[in-house]
Design a protein around this ligand. Structure first.
Ligand code: GAP
Length: 515
């Protein structure tokens, strides 16, 4: 069986070969952690964004959208705390000259203890068979106990070091745990230093005195500085939300794992403004709602889990990640944060403007508290891709690679294929394209055998292939072939629209979320 690492490599290669994701400026050998989306990738990405946007804007009367600029007044980032506190602790290995995030090295070490525990359990499960009681085994097995204790001690030390921003202690942990550089295999580490992740550039000509501006590291601040504009012009009443989709930029130290950690990426963020004191209730509400949104896609409920933060960001009083099981383990896809009144309070202080909300129900002004849901489009894309990618052996020794996308997100919904390129079949196929194209992204393919055409569509995840044959000209029926089951069905041309719509209409997912 192929290792998870091999599967991931194949997935990355597949993304390139089938027009999903290309390395940026590839003809110049690419640019670290920057990627371009190809013809199929952009369709998938747009569908993800639509699924998110409509779930916020259509399903909630009290949520509206905005589209703020990437550049913002530089004081924004002073007020938000990003100039002073948006840092990662970095450490270099002197032999390999490679740079790492000290916290990530330690998190990986923690994961190693968990792996060791799992291995012991798997071995014992094999030995004991059906009578194996995992919980009991973990409580009594000396080796498992030893690993668990080491992990817990390390975890406590790590959290304390993060909380205290103690860089020497982070280095000491790396030394004590005998963590080696994966490239050089040595422990020749530098001290841990803080590294600010914001990109900056200059605005205006230098002779006029250029101003240093930042490329936004999160879209959220565009919402905060506009919240009162939206509230007043939209006559919004608390609780209400503002949603936004847009690019964000971070000069990530460790840029690995394809589009998981990028230097230019896209976020879908929603800030929900609530009355102080109600924020933790709303935090629970949004945690539950967002998980439902993920699960409605049907990728498998067991692939998701919550992960509460060990260290809260400088603005938060509660925070949870929704993690997804990627080929390289459970990883954060979305963050849900209770941001208190930190941002609005700070913008009020730095701008000198009164940006309090006047609550007509209690006849008082106050600074709203904020619950944020923040999901990376690219990470969502990667989770969908990883869950969809499938290599299957078929009867007769044949095999196929198929992307089993949720049909609503598939880049192309249906491919129309005339069996042969003559006898009026292409014309009939075009007629069918013209029937469907106003509602569904369709493609047309008349090259090669039907079998080869099916494989091509499987590889880009098209849920339906529609074949027009000579019989079609006589009885107005076509063969519709379903991607996942490969089953074929003979249906009337007039039925095609409803068969496809039933599977690809987002309405069906939205109903699941709100029920
Ligand atoms: N406004 C809050 C915020 O930005 P975050 O946890 O730093 O919080 C939110 O980021 C989401 O943005 C993450 O859950 C992830 O999906 C995405 N994200 C963050 N950094 C990223 C990166 N370098 N590459 C791709 N996606 C990233």
């Amino acid at each position: 069986m192929a290792s998870q690492e091999d599967v991931f490599k194949k997935l990355v290669a597949h993304c390139k070969e089938y027009g999903f994701v290309f390395p940026s400026s590839e003809i110049y050998d690419g640019l670290g952690a920057v990627y371009d989306y190809g013809q199929n990738g952009v369709e998938l990405k747009n569908n993800i964004k639509k699924y998110w946007w409509d779930s916020m804007i259509l399903l909630h009367e009290n949520i509206v959208g905005i589209d703020a600029a990437i550049f913002m007044h530089p004081t924004t980032w002073k007020a938000s705390g990003h100039v002073d506190a948006f840092n990662d602790p970095l450490i270099d290995n002197r032999d390999s000259k490679k740079r790492y995030r000290a916290d990530v090295l330690i998190e990986e070490q923690l994961a190693k203890y968990d792996e060791k525990i799992n291995k012991e359990c798997d071995k014992a499960a094999k030995r004991f068979g059906e009578s194996f009681d995992r919980e009991m085994f973990c409580q009594t097995n000396a080796r498992v106990q030893e690993y668990a204790q080491k992990r817990d001690v390390l975890h406590a030390r790590f959290v304390a070091a993060l909380e205290a921003n103690n860089l020497e202690e982070l280095k000491q942990i790396i030394i004590d745990e005998e963590i080696v550089c994966p490239i050089s295999g040595t422990r020749n580490w530098t001290d841990v230093r803080q590294f600010n992740l914001m990109f900056s550039t200059e605005m205006g000509s230098t002779s006029d005195g250029a101003m240093k501006v930042y490329l936004r590291p999160e879209t959220a601040q565009g919402i905060f500085v506009n919240y009162l504009n939206v509230q007043k012009t939209g006559r919004m009443k608390i609780p209400f939300g503002i949603a936004q989709i847009g690019k964000a930029f971070r000069n990530e130290i460790v840029a690995r794992q394809f589009i998981f950690r990028m230097r230019e990426f896209e976020q879908m963020e929603m800030q929900f403004f609530v009355k102080p004191g109600t924020e933790l209730q709303w935090f629970e509400h949004w945690k539950a709602f967002r998980l439902k949104w993920h699960k409605a896609l049907g990728l498998g409920d067991h692939k998701y889990r919550y992960h509460d933060h060990d260290k809260l960001a400088h603005y938060a009083n509660a925070a949870t990640d929704i993690e997804f099981e990627m080929p390289f383990g459970f990883k954060e896809v979305e963050g849900i944060h209770s941001r208190t009144d930190f941002d609005l309070g700070s913008h009020e202080k730095y701008s000198g403007k009164n940006i309090k909300y006047f609550d007509p129900e209690i006849n008082q002004s106050y600074t709203p508290f904020v619950i944020e849901t923040s999901i990376g489009v690219d990470r969502m894309f990667l989770s969908i891709m990883s869950a969809a990618y499938c290599e299957e052996m078929l009867e007769g020794g044949d095999s196929r690679v198929v992307l089993k996308f949720p049909a609503v997100l598939a880049p192309v919904k249906a491919c129309v294929m005339p069996l042969v390129k003559k006898d009026g079949l292409p014309e009939k196929a075009r007629e069918i394209m013209n029937l469907l194209k106003f509602d569904f992204k369709c493609s047309y393919d008349e090259k090669d055998s039907i079998g080869k055409r099916y494989r091509r569509q499987d590889a880009v995840g098209t849920p339906f292939c529609i074949t027009v044959d000579h019989q079609t000209l006589e009885d107005g029926c076509v063969t519709i072939r379903h991607r996942d089951t490969m089953q074929q069905q003979r249906v009337k041309i007039e039925e095609l629209h409803s068969i496809i719509d039933e599977q690809v209409n987002m309405k069906n997912l939205f109903k699941k979320i709100v029920e």
